[in-house]
Design a protein around this ligand. Structure first.
Ligand SMILES: Cc1cc2nc3c(=O)[nH]c(=O)nc-3n(C[C@H](O)[C@H](O)[C@H](O)COP(=O)(O)O)c2cc1C
Length: 174
């Protein structure tokens, strides 16, 4: 019954949400990291363009095996109305056979990013997993979401899915 929270975050919003979820569900926390750092305006334009084209970026090797986990809490974000190159790369590599995937996305727009949810859900299914439920959280492009602001929607979402939010005894960090 082990949990893993695995996420990509360029500007740290998804990272904040991921850490709050991990704090509640326990298990392991892993960041998907790109080999090449994105910086500034060029990083923004290049990221948006790559996302729009559905490209995959080079990500650092992930030092864990999905077979050790039952529940995957996968965190990503919306770029140019698409999933990000790092998430595309992760989904391309990941073996998600029989995994329950709980998808959480951050985005600046108020709308639910249904197109992105559907596209990620389809790829998860192609890898043998199933997206059980999705949480999308609206962030601001001006400042990073606070842990307090992330906590409440994340906790409500976990409770709605009957997931224990008391990580004691569940976490390998303790
Ligand atoms: C290159 C780029 C493109 C973006 N495009 C969109 C978009 O199309 N729709 C949207 O709602 N938010 C968009 N955003 C906002 C991000 O989804 C939002 O800031 C998100 O929380 C970033 O996640 P992170 O901080 O974990 O990297 C974009 C952000 C970046 C950097």
């Amino acid at each position: 019954m082990k949990n893993i929270v695995v996420y990509y975050s360029w500007t740290n919003n998804t990272g904040v949400v991921a850490r709050e979820i991990h704090d509640m569900v326990g298990g392991d926390l892993k960041e998907i990291e790109e080999v090449k750092q994105r910086t500034g305006g060029m990083g923004f334009a290049g990221g948006a363009f790559s996302a729009l084209l559905g490209l995959k970026s080079k990500i650092k090797p992930m030092d864990f095996s999905m077979s050790d986990y039952e529940n995957i809490f996968l965190g990503g974000q919306v770029w140019a109305s698409h999933s990000t190159p790092a998430i595309n790369a992760f989904l391309d590599k990941a073996d998600l056979r029989d995994k329950k995937v709980y998808l959480f996305l951050t985005k600046a727009d108020d709308k639910v990013p249904q197109k992105v949810i559907d596209s990620i859900s389809q790829r998860v299914e192609r890898k043998g997993g199933k997206v059980i439920d999705t949480l999308s959280i609206t962030t601001s492009m001006k400042s990073v979401i606070s842990p307090e602001a992330a906590r409440k929607p994340a906790e409500d979402w976990l409770r709605k899915n009957s997931i224990s939010v008391d990580s004691y005894g569940n976490s390998s960090d303790i």
